[in-house]
Design a protein around this ligand. Structure first.
Ligand code: SAM
Ligand code: SF4
Length: 466
């Protein structure tokens, strides 16, 4: 496998022309695309462009209905939960939208030491989390990149009443292949990196100084991660920097390039909308904000275009938007988040050190209760990754019918574990009733596996999965 160094798949002129042609699309063509999407095999670039051009309330409702259908067929009612763990806000880059940018004097700088990282992890364990996303700015204490490697060790080693974190995903600056191999050896789950914007002139404008100015080094990071053997990578765009339609098509090209060059696309995509950040004028007034309706369209279109790729929704969005997008295709959400290093232990003051403002301030238990009351199963499952079902193996398995025999039952057993060990009494009652209802209505083979796994957890076993 060759290290790819420059990006050959984002041609701005071509993307603009595909978008412009789709403007003339007729309604019957859009309906054909939606019918094709219901076959769960994804969509071409021109199909996606015609959905992006929808400007009609009735067609938009049909788009949402198709996305709900695909989401239900593939993911059922599961929603995976995780929490971010910010270990450091040191950074040498000047990304104008981010509070951690090097020139921002309004943010107090802090890199947690390993004991503080373990302490933060124990707090998240005590809440019931099993999956963490490690996040850091692009500058490390004197030990350099080893700091991140030690942090992963500290998180995995932390214990609370015998419980431990079962999957650490990582969102740090682009690495070289050797460093990615070190991350892989630390047994990370997903390596996640957002291109922020695929539009080169905008990219150059908002990344004023530092290593992050190098567009190609960043966009090829998922390729390098896969070359180093990390099967699950996550990509994304920061909405607000450039036109959302352009970014969506460009992201489709990034996905296609990974499939072409590495045999499998990304495990997840993220679509963070820019939030206000201390010391950033741009973050307060994004140049190209995506409206709520456009944001919902984007989630729905992604669900149809790449049906087997997870879509992540963070607590940047408020509770109402998060609820609306669960049905349209979101498969993973963060909960109870803090975006300042030491935020869970309440070291320092949040507003001085946070990366951006949150839209959803509820605790994990409140989010779990809300998700369950909507009929979704909050899942803490880490089974696939620990059974080696990653990368292409995961994609092959993630076909309706096959995944059902793993993910559905595993979601229920991990939820049962949460209810027994961490939930408040009202949440436990609500969740218990949901699990019973879902097991009773599952198809017989799936129901049998679920009741075996859930039964074992109810009898006191932990970390039960197939
Ligand atoms: N420093 C690394 C980097 O930039 O890739 C990784 C961590 S960075 C803290 C994680 C992500 O936060 C960035 O990729 C960016 O998309 C997002 N972010 C930065 N400023 C934001 C803002 N004002 N609102 C929402 N998300 C923001
Ligand atoms: Fe640093 Fe990442 Fe923030 Fe840019 S987005 S300033 S690289 S932490």
């Amino acid at each position: 496998m060759q290290t790819a160094t420059t990006c050959d798949f984002i041609d701005e002129g071509e993307i603009q022309s595909v978008l412009a042609k789709a403007q003339d699309g007729d309604k019957s063509h859009v309906r054909q695309v939606l019918a094709k999407a219901r076959q769960l095999e994804g969509l071409s670039e021109t199909d996606v462009a015609s959905l992006l051009a929808i400007d009609d309330a009735d067609l938009r409702e049909q788009l949402y209905a198709a996305a709900q259908y695909v989401k239900q067929e593939i993911y059922g009612s599961r929603l995976v939960l995780f929490a971010p763990l910010y270990i450091s806000n040191l950074c040498r880059n000047e990304c104008v939208y981010c509070a951690f940018r090097v020139g921002n004097r309004q943010v107090k700088r802090r890199a947690l030491n390993q004991e503080q990282i373990a302490a933060e992890t124990r707090i998240l364990l005590a809440q019931g989390h099993k999956r963490l996303l490690l996040v850091a700015g692009e500058s490390y204490p004197p030990e350099g990149f080893d700091y991140v490697l030690h942090a992963i060790d500290s998180i995995y080693a932390a214990r609370h009443n015998g419980a431990n974190i079962r999957r650490v995903n990582v969102n740090v600056a682009p690495l070289n292949v050797e460093q990615f191999a070190q991350l892989k050896a630390r047994k990370i789950g997903t390596y996640q990196i957002f291109q922020e914007t695929y539009h080169r002139p905008t990219y150059a404008k908002v990344h004023v100084s530092g290593q992050k100015r190098d567009y190609d080094w960043r966009i090829m990071a998922p390729h390098r991660a896969m070359e180093a053997g990390i099967d699950d990578v996550g990509i994304g765009v920061l909405l607000g920097l450039h036109d959302w339609r352009f970014e969506t098509l460009a992201m489709m090209r990034h996905i296609a390039a990974l499939e072409r060059d590495r045999g499998v696309g990304p495990h997840t995509v993220s679509v963070p909308r820019m939030e206000p950040a201390v010391g950033s004028e741009l973050a307060a007034r994004p140049a190209h904000p995506a409206s709520d309706e456009q944001f919902k369209m984007l989630v729905a279109i992604l669900r149809l275009a790449v049906p087997y790729t997870g879509i992540i929704m963070s607590t940047r969005e408020n509770a109402a938007m998060r609820r609306a997008t669960f049905a349209l295709g979101v498969s993973q959400i963060s909960a109870g988040s803090r975006t300042n290093p030491g935020g869970y232990s309440e070291l320092g003051s949040e507003c001085d050190e946070s990366q951006f403002q949150l839209g959803d301030h509820r605790s994990l238990d409140e989010v779990v209760a809300d998700v369950a009351s909507l009929g979704y199963v909050p899942s803490f499952c880490t089974g696939c990754y620990r059974m080696g079902r990653t990368g292409r193996d995961f994609m092959d398995l993630a076909k309706p019918g096959l995944i059902k025999h793993h993910c559905g039952p595993n979601a229920l057993s991990s939820f049962q574990e949460y209810l027994n060990d961490y939930a408040t009494p009202p949440t436990r009652q609500l969740g218990q009733a949901l699990i019973d209802r879902i097991m009773a209505s599952s198809e017989p083979s799936e129901g049998k596996i679920s009741s075996r796994l859930v039964g074992r957890v109810r009898c006191g076993e932990r970390d039960v999965f197939v």
